[in-house]
Design a binder for this molecule. Structure first.
Ligand SMILES: Nc1ncnc2c1ncn2[C@@H]1O[C@H](COP(=O)(O)OP(=O)(O)OP(=O)(O)O)[C@@H](O)[C@H]1O
Length: 284
């Protein structure tokens, strides 16, 4: 099994070492990330999967400077995110990162074109017209540029959001459940574009998803459980992702079963460490 961490220090666009994120204090504290070491490869689409509450969004938010880690380091495009002032962090997010969220977050009064160029307008950046045209053609929105969001389908709106994320030619695009609000056809269009943005336009994308079919568009899938990385899959298919998730579930159930045998009856199993058993069996 390939190591989850690229110790050569080359080839990654973003990485974390010893990443810990604890929410709350005392008895109410939740350790959302429990010591994550991870590299996201340059020029790849990486999917992050795992059960609800496993820390996927927290990992993405810490990587993107949207949340502050409790401990550990985060590097993005050669910069130490943890050492940045808020001002530099805001600039990094505006100029070097792209974001796609489940809710399309388009401005209703602006046209598709104005929505796409908005981040550059805010950052007072210069629009690279040739790159804009490349991105617009890649998302297939050429004949929709004058339309406002209400005149576009959900899939078209999310493709506008993808183009907006890419218009500044960011170092990395972070996509959090980008197809969570879409039907399967629109999902396929958005995912196809995200993959093409990597294969044909040389971008790097990190995507959180619950959907094994969405994950199958990735070059690599990372699996989180209980705030830890527990496995990965290269060149995933829907079937191998489902198998890996089943292994994670099986590991969890087996551990819960073992734990419940060891406990006096009537005590609920915590349902935690079991998923770590999946680190070995996750097929690659
Ligand atoms: N702002 C917060 N305050 C307190 N706890 C939080 C906060 N954000 C996340 N958590 C907790 O941290 C853990 C990880 O949450 P996170 O949202 O990262 O999981 P996830 O894998 O993205 O879940 P889902 O698939 O349901 O979106 C959960 O137990 C969650 O309840």
């Amino acid at each position: 099994m390939r190591a989850l961490v690229d110790t050569s220090g080359e080839g990654q666009i973003a990485s974390a070492r010893g990443l810990v994120k604890t929410y709350g204090k005392g008895e109410a504290a939740v350790r959302a990330l429990d010591g994550v070491d991870v590299d996201f490869a340059r020029g790849e689409l990486t999917a992050i999967m795992g059960p609800s509450g496993s820390g996927k969004s927290t990992l993405m938010h810490c990587m993107a400077g949207l949340d502050t880690p409790t401990a550990g380091t985060v590097m993005v495009d050669g910069e130490d995110v943890g050492r940045m002032s808020q001002r530099r962090l805001t600039r990094l997010r505006r100029t070097r990162l792209g974001f796609v969220f489940q809710a399309f977050n388009l401005i209703p009064t602006l046209t598709a074109e104005e929505n796409i160029t908005l981040p550059l307008d805010i950052a007072r950046g210069t629009l690279d017209r040739a790159w804009f045209d490349t991105v617009v053609d890649a998302v297939g929105l050429r004949d929709r540029l004058d339309h406002r969001p209400t005149e576009l389908s959900g899939g078209q709106q999310q493709r506008v959001a993808c183009a907006r994320a890419l218009v500044s030619r960011p170092a990395v695009v972070f996509a959090d459940e980008p197809t969570g609000n879409l039907d399967s056809r629109s999902s396929g269009e958005v995912l196809g574009f995200l993959r093409r943005s990597v294969d044909e336009l040389g971008q790097s994308v990190v995507m959180v998803t619950h959907d094994p079919t969405a994950a199958s568009y990735a070059h690599r899938v990372l699996f989180l459980a209980d705030g830890r990385l527990v496995g990965e899959l290269e060149q995933p298919t829907t079937e191998t992702v489902l198998d890996a998730l089943r292994d994670l579930g099986a590991g969890r159930e087996a551990a819960d079963h073992d734990a419940s045998l060891a406990r006096p009856s009537g005590h609920a199993a915590p349902g935690t460490a079991g998923a770590r058993h999946a680190a070995g069996p996750v097929p690659r």
